[in-house]
Design a protein around this ligand. Sequence first.
Ligand SMILES: [Zn+2]
Length: 395
Amino acid sequence: MYYLDPYRLEFEARVVERIDVGAKPGVILKSTCFYPTSGGQPHDEGHLNGVPVVNVFEREDKAIVHVLAAELRDDTVHGAIDWERRFDHMQQHTGQHILSQAFLEILRAETVGFHLGQVACTIDVDKAPLAVSQLDRVEDLANEIVFADRPVKTHLVAEMELASLPLRKLPTAETPVRIVEVEGFDYSPCGGTHCRRTGEVGLVKITRVERRGQDTRVEFLCGDRALADYRGKNRTVNELANRFSVGAWELAEAVGRLAEEARSNKRELNAAKNRLLDYEAAELLAEAEQRGDVHVVRKAFTDREGEQVKRLALRLMESEGLVALLGLAGKKAQLFFACSADLPYDMNDFLKRACKVVGGGGGGRRRFAQGGGTDGSKVGEALEIAYERLLEVET
Ligand SMILES: [Zn+2]
């Protein structure tokens, strides 16, 4: 019945067979308005005597199976189709016919695939890459056909007559073939549900394209979906434009300026941090503990970036006669040991011993080594162990 009248939403029918589909009950009816998943279009939903129909598919013998949410014992049923879902599919599907023909007329691009998804619809066309201006022309023609509100008709055509029609694609079904005609524009064999006039399709909008080798995947939306998409995007654009205090058309420029500002701020901040480290290093040097000719800086930090502590250690090792034993205590422990060139200590050796206390490991070279562990509370103890090692080693 969906072939004869896609606008018919209610019907009565006799149950002719009951089957199990997985764990769910299924019924086959004498006739039905429920469209089964096929030709890229998803199935209808609705109710049979109040029981939800959760899936509809065509069995190998062409029987249409209605998969139900619960058992249905009645011999005759009253069927009701969910119109919102059906009409959405009709809009997307009819829009696809129009869009495919527009691709053919404007770019000589054939449609080689179609998918009607929950959110987006796609067609694959056999041309790539496609320029924005080309896509605009295709979109313009598709919408011109919509606004002209042309009738959409279906014909059952015998094999003999098929040759005389300007078909966009060849039929795969047996004759007589069902041909869907967008009056004077597109003829294609199709078993789906379609709007009766192109005006019902509403706006046809290409939302995204993606090159796939020699083909292009074209994402598009029609009718209510296009409106919902426009509504959401408009809201986002207005929100952003308000935040930037610019008009929507100046948004890209405003975002570009913000990104450039962020980059330059980051550069300046890094430079400032580096200058601060110089001061901090000088301060630590002034407070260093002196043991003979060796100055020792021993300090555990909290609440700062490991990278900063590391840089501090690297700065300190530029001085003469200095060993820096720096730690960072937080959730985890980090250790940075550095030694100036004129001293013979092995920081790798110090670090390996210290890391055992914080439950981790690390390594490096003789003059600089870094590591850490999982126990942030033992950083002080780890530094103590390194310090004791320093006292043990003869210079
Ligand atoms: Zn169709």
